[in-house]
Design a protein around this ligand. Sequence first.
Ligand SMILES: Cc1ncc(COP(=O)(O)O)c(C=O)c1O
Length: 395
Amino acid sequence: MKRYDFDTIIERRGTISSKWDDMAPLFGTNDLLPLWVADMDFAAPPEIVDALRKRVDHGVFGYTHRFAPYRQAVVGWLLRRHGWAVDTEWLRHTPGVVPALAMAIMAFTQPGDGVLIQPPVYHPFSAVIRGRGRRIVENPLVFRDGRFEMDFDDLEKKLDDSSVKLVFLCSPHNPCGRVWTRKELERFAAICVARDVVVVSDEIHGDIIYSGNRHIPLASLSGAIRDRTITAIAPSKTFNIAGLSTAVAVIPSRRLRDNYTSVLDFLHLDGGNTFGTIALEVAYNKGDQWLDELIEYLEGNVRFVEEFLARRLPAVTLVKPEGTYVPLLDCRALGLGGQELLRRLVERGRVALNGGHWFGTAGEGFMRLNIATPRKLLEDGMERIVAALSEEGGR
Ligand SMILES: Cc1ncc(COP(=O)(O)O)c(C=O)c1O
């Protein structure tokens, strides 16, 4: 029996929400329906809310630490949901997955070294590389038969350059919604092992996987890839608690772990956040059914978008996501550039989506749509997209 409600529309304006209250810097106005930044319009599981409420009632919010049940919750979750047995010793803190990428750059590269990414990819990947004076090396995905794939020949070539020390994998991949298969990951891993690079595997979207697909943690594939991988996970996307700034770096290799820890300690970031710590522990211990029901709801939203576009705007198609709630719309048949697509969506449709071109090479002509919202709001959003992009335009 279903226990949770994803249909209720919760007013988020005026809650210091980045998604709802901070559109103006990017879109020029806040008067839009936001289907952009990757958080959800659903309340977090009531189990989490209850635990936080109880802690708030205590009223004292001094320094905190990550207690044993927290570590056990992470271990239990990875084993139960992803079949990956990890040791509590391997876990290190990070206030977010992006900070873990940044710390890895500081720990494992020198100025001028190359860091490889696979665009179109979550844009902070390139920002953190550039921010520390490292060099971005691109191994663009290729769009073939309606889905994005890795270009392994190009990956080999790019990694033959021995100044490339670090690789950022996005698994599942944001924004294209690919859940990399075992075969793909094995080939990727073999290339990285042969070239002796360190890999950060950003698996923040690893819990939101649609029927017929399976998320495989890169580091679970073999001892060789495990010993050179830092896996970043978080309950933030999965349970809609990104504002609590709590994530985990899983680092099996002692050498990599020590290097990472030295940067974490240098930045003095290990303290953590009381509410994030509580929320993670409850999410990973009690969140299974909520997540299963969420995924079912999101699958309904995927079907809704597909059918809606086929009926009302056939020139635009959904790049079918295998996971994540931020799939791409293929708008290339409209023949408009990314800027013009954005302008029409904002000015004609009053709706905010991420431009595919924000994610770099190969993203041009695509738009990223956040489908993690009650069906009624998604319907409103799709009507706005049609108004913005159909021949007639205007509304
Ligand atoms: C692939 C990916 N990594 C990291 C993040 C953000 O992580 P955090 O907020 O934990 O830094 C996002 C958010 O959208 C993401 O899509």
